[in-house]
Design a protein around this ligand. Structure first.
Ligand code: ARG
Length: 473
């Protein structure tokens, strides 16, 4: 490999850097590739250009650079922005900031060299990252709203479809599919709220912080912040370049959303098993087996469940990246973007897949209802029947448990299979109306408290969540 001519050319190839003056020697090609971040930060290209245009305009207004230079920089940056729409060139630049400044200098000479006055890549990169998230977070909130909206539409259709609710994955009490899906939607809506509140805190403009200590030039931080649509400038210049708590918060919102999706998908995988048979995914949302001809597998749900590992991993990566970093900027911070971009990419694709998969699903009401009988899910209703007639709950609980044991001893699968005299032998307070109270539908209808599974209450919850989702648009 020593005589590889390609390697030689590469070694000689010009790799423009922004700090060439100080150092007589340049890193080797391999070392340069190691520290370069263009592959990752090129997705900040348009944000970097926006920031540079705002900075150039302010430099012009403040008389730090001539007005015609500000105008020339603006026009050239606009041209570069249009050129980049077709793709950012995979040049040999160290990062997106060097690439763009290099192009400006190549095309405008000394005018290009004027742009970086009062600015450092340390405040520039945080600016780009925040501008990117100001675009990305609202998009993610839309994806979350779509997933939650899909769940609410199914919930509305199935507000009366009874199914077992589980604790310890053991059938516990009857609920409805609508109630279950509303529980999921509620989690997603809070996820959207976490993204919104992260966005609110990161909405501050770092420009003017320089490398860490601001600038002696008469920059107008307020004007730049305003022109870029930020709520305000970051208060402290060291905080601006050193902290990445906004990255942690966003990655955390992403990881939490993915843990939600992962748990939902675990339910879906269980529901789609032959043993449960509650759900059928559309054919195009299932996969077959290369060996077993009969298989219809829930691979999409499994992959969403599996990909939650990445987003938790990204969050841990970011925590460890930041822990122990001395103030202010350290190059370690360059690693923040790959982790968060990866996390958000995973989340975006999983939300889209989840919405599509759920939209294709059909539910087996017969199977869900059948699963409500045979596991004594009505035992709590029998106990509450007695409580309503004045029995202390702990006694009522014991009586219902004894009745369940009676059933098991007699080979019966439901409390309703016992005669009234048999029930009365356990408590004289049982009347003929106990039988009506024991059906899954009656059990669900009786639990009409706020938050409960009664159909009217589920419809109320759906209405409230639909209202909340309007905020996401
Ligand atoms: N690529 C760097 C980052 O993402 C940009 C800032 C570089 N600053 C420096 N002083 N080397 O953090």
């Amino acid at each position: 490999m020593k005589d590889d001519p390609a390697a030689k050319t590469d070694e000689k190839k010009e790799r423009p850097v922004l700090w060439a003056g100080r150092l007589a020697e340049k890193p080797s090609a391999g070392a340069f590739a190691f520290e370069a971040s263009l592959d990752v930060d090129k997705r900040l290209a348009q944000d970097d250009i926006r920031g540079s245009r705002a900075h150039a305009a302010m430099l012009g207004k403040q008389g730090i650079i001539p007005p015609e230079t500000a105008a020339a920089l603006d026009a050239e940056l606009e041209r570069i922005s249009r050129e980049f729409e077709a793709g950012v060139p995979d040049g040999s630049a160290e990062d997106i900031h060097s690439l763009i400044e290099g192009l400006l200098t190549e095309r405008l000479g000394d005018q290009g060299r004027m742009l970086h006055a009062g600015r450092s890549r340390n405040d520039q990169v945080v600016l780009d990252f925040r501008l990117y998230l100001k675009r990305a977070i609202p998009e993610i909130r839309l994806c979350i709203a779509e997933a939650a909206g899909t769940l609410l539409a199914i919930a509305e259709k199935h507000a009366e479809s009874v199914m077992p609710g589980y604790t310890h994955l053991q059938r516990a009490q009857p609920v409805t599919l609508g109630h279950h899906l509303c529980a999921w939607a509620a989690g997603l809506i809070r996820d959207g709220g976490r993204f919104a509140s992260a966005l609110e805190r990161l909405d501050e403009c770092p420009l003017g912080s320089g490398a860490l200590a601001g600038s002696g030039l008469p920059l107008d931080r307020e004007a730049v912040s305003r022109s870029l649509g930020f709520a305000r400038p970051v208060l402290n210049s060291m905080d601006a370049v050193a902290d990445r708590d906004f990255v942690l918060e966003t990655a955390s919102a992403s990881a939490i959303t993915m843990v939600h999706l992962s748990r939902f998908c675990e339910d879906l995988v269980i529901w789609s098993s032959e043993e449960f048979g509650f759900i059928e995914f559309g054919e195009s949302w299932s996969t077959g087996s290369s060996i077993m001809p009969q298989k219809k597998n829930p691979d999409f749900a499994e992959l969403v469940r599996g990909k939650a590992g990445r987003t938790t991993g990204a969050l841990v990566t970011l925590f460890i990246l930041l822990k122990g970093l001395p103030y202010a900027y350290d190059r370690d911070l360059q690693e923040d973007k790959e982790a968060l971009f990866g996390s958000l990419d995973t989340l975006r694709s999983c939300l889209a897949i989840f919405s599509g998969m759920m939209g294709s699903a059909s539910f087996r009401k017969d199977r869900m209802e059948a699963a409500c009988t045979g596991g004594f899910l009505e035992a709590t209703d029998a106990a509450e029947y007695l409580v309503r007639r004045g029995v202390p709950f702990r006694r009522a609980h014991e009586t219902a448990a004894l009745i369940v044991r009676d059933c098991l001893a007699a080979g019966q699968k439901r409390i309703a299979e016992r005669g009234l005299d048999e029930l009365r032998a356990r408590s004289p307070l049982f009347g003929e109306d106990i039988y009506a109270a024991l059906s899954p539908a009656a059990s669900v209808a009786a639990r009409s408290l706020p938050g409960g599974p009664a159909p009217a209450e589920v419809r109320r919850q759906i209405g409230i969540m639909r209202e909340a989702l309007k905020d996401f648009l």
